[in-house]
Ligand binder design. Structure first.
Ligand code: B3K
Ligand code: ZN
Length: 878
């Protein structure tokens, strides 16, 4: 290990000893190096002893000079260490000037100041600013920034930083400069700057108070025609936040820069968002409906951070979900308002179940507010983001729309311009509602997915229905015992015709008004009276809490709910539940070499759905989609990847064959007229049509292959092209190679589309896939230094291709380990994400467990491992 793998603890948090009020930064960019001069106006914090040293963080910097109040310091007046600069004696208020040199050209970590496509850009969250200059690089130090950037004019005509442009000018030797001032105090992680040769797409937004905001998207010239959707999304997001939460934008300018090399989706830097180009660029022929939706969501997410994250930020990184969970909730609501709300909810829950539940059940499980970490970048997880958003959603459900809005407003006014904690947020919600949320806060501190066990009993004599609910949260690393949680449970009872029964529940009157029950004990009983017949229970409607429900109802009841439930989420859920049971039954049959047979009632129910006219077609497509292999794996004590794959394939093929005319009819009837437009309704129609195609293709017969080929070649849009391409490339048909070659031929000039090409090949559940992935590593379009490429090829293989990755010989694991070792010295953040895939061994049979362990040990044996990979690997080894 390079750097000692020190564990940082929440309980060690202390306020900063010194504060920085003003930052003046001069950044001079050259081809070989960058020179940074910082002038910091500092003061001692209240409560700090006068003799306390000033300790600044810095990494990979060459220190050129330090001056205190204008007087240069000699090396004996400061202490320079690997990751810090200490000045033992400073005054109560002082001006510190530090000059450093750094090498962005060599920075492959994409953290700090680096180069991408011959431009300069930055990424400072969580701790990248310390790679630019020595600083108090922690989120509770908020300062005002003035930034002057200079660079060669011809190569870098565009010079951007946070805030407002206040001055530009020319310099000798073909250089020029731009000076930016950000009037809002901010933590260093929100700092950003860009220097490059970019074109600007401009528009304006007039806020509801009448201020005009300049909106600017900067991209490389060849991408100019792919920005319209991003711009439209930004305007929608700005209007939505005003309408929904009364929140207006605060600067005169809002800039978005698209960057090809980016570790994650995007970054909310004040007034200057940096985006992975994947979340900006879209044209009908290059981006799918899912890409369009993703762009709208991420543009919204980063915009919403301006209030929830930037104006009010996090006190320390343990509070990360304060801004992330809340902002994900906000972007989910935004998307739900643009598209079909049930479809959006189902997508969110699928992500939670397929990715967060396994994380919460593995060696990296952590609470939404963790209490320790080694490397904070490892904690930008689905738990912090998605489970964090579920916590906010539960508060929204408990308080209702209006009180939640008031709570958010109170929180923002109270902490504006400051750093806050998740406790502060809950406190604001408690204040506006008068509720006691002390128990609720356990959602932040306890890891693990809770289990809710449900039993219902009808008494026809007494006309009562008694519901027995019990909760338990499993042990997770470092948390053997769990306390009961405060759980909002939304439910309904249906009569034999599928109509809602009015709920009369004498002991719980006040809450029952909204059909919402609040569970606080380990076990509780809810008794409904005046129930005229045996009801069908629809439990946890709209997924009112992020937990696993265990309800032993029979298949008839699930079929009934699948048909009649008024809550669209639970209607889908009933279908998934039923399908999971059937599929897990098939898994057992497969393991015991018994003949496989799919329940005819389920087939008939799907057939009936397909025959339905009208309605939300995107929703219908979800009703007809079988649970994923990951989700099925989640439900098995010991995962059997082959049996799951075989069972699911059998079920798909059986549905395809039994309902063939219906799929054909669905395919034909849902052809959309006219050129491609991204509209939720049309996207729903395309989803349904492509689902029909996928079922037809699952049997891999000639007719279906011809249909796919025709669509692959004849469409005007990437949604349809990708659907056909994936169908062909995942089949064992001879046409697959031609499709792969043709797709490449057509799209070799478009890096983002090539990511799709890599991903489709990496997820093909075919015996030759590993060899193909290995060969693609040497393809000229593949670059280990580009995170999108790594995710497309290696990420998709390890996370989206269970049968090949977990292939019994362990070759998949060994291959991944090799790539992690190659990537770690270049980009530890991305390497650590891949390493987490090897940490799920405990869920598999002893053989695979051992093979994964061997690879983890092989990685752990490397002495120069990054802190990122070290943390994941050591925790996975236990
Ligand atoms: N806040 C950033 C994520 C930063 C990740 C640092 N490793 C993007 C977002 O959540 O909006
Ligand atoms: Zn975010």
């Amino acid at each position: 290990m390079d750097s000692q793998a020190k564990t940082i603890l929440l309980k060690d948090y202390r306020p900063p000893a010194y504060l920085i009020e003003e930052v003046a930064l001069a950044v001079d960019l050259f081809e070989e190096r960058a020179r940074v001069c910082s002038r910091l106006v500092c003061r001692r914090n209240i409560g700090t002893a006068p003799d306390a040293p000033l300790v600044l963080q810095g990494e990979d910097l060459v220190l050129k000079s330090v001056a205190l109040d204008g007087v240069p310091l000699t090396p004996d007046q400061y202490r320079l260490e690997e990751e810090s600069l200490t000045i033992p004696t400073v005054g109560e208020r002082f001006l510190l000037a530090v000059e450093t040199e750094l090498y962005p050209q060599k920075n492959t970590s994409l953290d700090g100041l680096y180069r991408s496509s011959s431009n300069f850009c930055t990424q400072c969250e969580a701790e990248g600013f310390r790679k630019i200059t020595y600083f108090l690089d922690r989120p509770d130090v908020l300062a005002r920034y003035e930034v002057t950037i200079s660079a060669e004019q011809e190569r870098y005509p565009v010079l951007l930083a946070n805030g407002n442009l206040v001055e530009t000018g020319v310099l000798p030797e073909g250089r020029h400069y731009a000076r930016w001032q950000d009037p809002f105090p901010k933590p260093s992680y929100l700092f950003a700057m860009v220097a490059g040769n970019l074109v600007k797409i401009a528009d304006t937004f007039v806020t509801r108070s009448g201020r005009s905001v300049a909106l600017e998207i900067y991209v490389q010239a060849h991408n100019q025609d792919k920005c319209a959707h991003a711009m439209a999304s930004l305007k929608k997001a700005m209007a939505w936040d005003e309408e929904t939460f009364g929140l207006e934008y605060d600067l005169d300018q809002y800039m978005i820069v698209a960057v090809d090399d980016f570790n994650m989706g995007a970054m909310e830097n004040k007034g200057l968002n940096l985006f992975n180009s994947k979340y900006v660029l879209a044209r009908p022929d290059t981006a799918t409906d899912a890409d369009y939706e993703g762009i709208e969501a991420v543009i919204g997410h980063e915009y919403f951070h301006n209030w929830t994250g930037n104006r009010v930020t996090c006190r320390d990184w343990f509070q990360l979900s304060l801004k992330e969970g809340l902002t994900v909730f906000r972007d989910q609501q935004f998307t739900a308002d643009q598209v079909s709300a049930p479809v959006k909810r189902i997508h969110d829950v699928r992500l939670l179940r397929n990715v967060q539940f396994p994380e919460d059940n593995g060696p990296m499980a952590h609470p939404v507010r963790p209490d320790s970490y080694m490397e904070i970048n490892n904690f930008y997880t689905v738990t912090i983001y998605e489970k964090g958003a579920e916590i906010i959603r539960m508060l929204h459900t408990l308080l209702g729309v209006e009180l939640f809005r008031q709570g958010l407003a109170l929180y923002l006014t109270h902490h504006d311009g400051r750093a806050a904690t998740t406790d502060d947020f809950v406190q604001a919600m408690a204040e506006v509602s008068g509720r006691d949320l002390a128990q609720f806060k356990r959602w932040y501190t306890q890891a693990g997915t809770p289990r809710l066990t449900v039993q219902g009993e009808y008494d026809p004599e007494a006309r009562t229905y008694t519901l027995r609910l019990a909760q338990a949260t499993p042990a997770t690393p470092g948390q053997p015992e769990k306390e009961p949680l405060h759980i909002p449970v939304a439910l309904g009872l249906l009569d034999g015709q599928g109509k809602e029964m009015p709920l009369t529940c004498p002991e719980r009157q006040p809450e029952a008004g909204r059909n919402l029950f609040e569970l606080r004990e380990t076990q509780e009983t809810i008794r409904f009276s005046g129930v005229p017949e045996q009801p069908r229970l629809s439990i946890l409607r709209n997924f009112s809490a992020p937990l696993k429900v265990e309800y032993g109802c029979d298949e008839e009841e699930l079929l009934f709910l699948f048909r009649y439930d008024r809550d669209p989420f639970n209607r889908w859920e009933a279908g998934q539940c039923l399908a999971s049971r059937l599929l897990l039954g098939l898994v057992e049959d497969f393991r015991k070499s018994r003949p496989l047979q799919l329940d005819e009632r389920f087939v008939a129910a799907c057939g009936r759905l397909l025959a339905e006219e009208g309605g939300d077609k995107g929703f219908l497509a979800l009703l007809l989609t079988l649970p994923s292999e990951e989700y099925l794996a989640e439900q098995m004590a010991v995962v059997d990847v082959e049996a799951i794959h075989a069972a699911r394939t059998f079920a798909r093929q059986t549905l395809a064959r039994s309902l063939r005319p219906q799929w054909e009819q669905g395919y034909a009837a849902n052809r959309s007229a006219g050129p491609y437009r991204y509209e939720p309704e049309l996207a729903g129609q395309r989803a349904l049509r492509n689902l029909c195609l996928a079922y037809l293709m699952s049997t891999e017969d000639d007719a279906a292959t011809q249909l796919a080929l025709a669509q692959f070649r004849g469409t005007d849009n990437m949604t349809d092209q990708m659907a056909a391409f994936a169908g062909l490339a995942h089949s064992g048909r001879p046409e697959r190679q031609q499709a792969i070659a043709d797709f490449y031929q057509q799209w070799q000039g478009d890096s983002l589309v090539l990511d799709k090409w890599f991903a489709v090949q990496a997820t093909a559940p075919l015996p030759e896939t590993l060899a193909a992935v290995q060969a693609l590593m040497d393809h000229p379009a593949f670059q280990l230094k580009n995170p999108n490429k790594v995710r497309a090829l290696l990420g998709s293989f390890a996370a989206g291709n269970p049968v090949c990755f977990h292939e019994v010989s362990g070759r998949g694991y060994a291959f991944l380990a090799e790539q992690i070792l190659a990537l770690d010295p270049l980009n530890p953040q991305v390497a650590a994400r891949l390493a987490a895939r090897l940490g799920r061994g405990a869920r598999y049979d002893a053989g695979r467990q051992g093979l994964m362990r061997t690879q983890l040990e092989r990685i752990a044996a490397i002495p120069s491992l990054s802190r990122d990979v070290y943390e994941v690997v050591s925790k996975s080894l236990g």
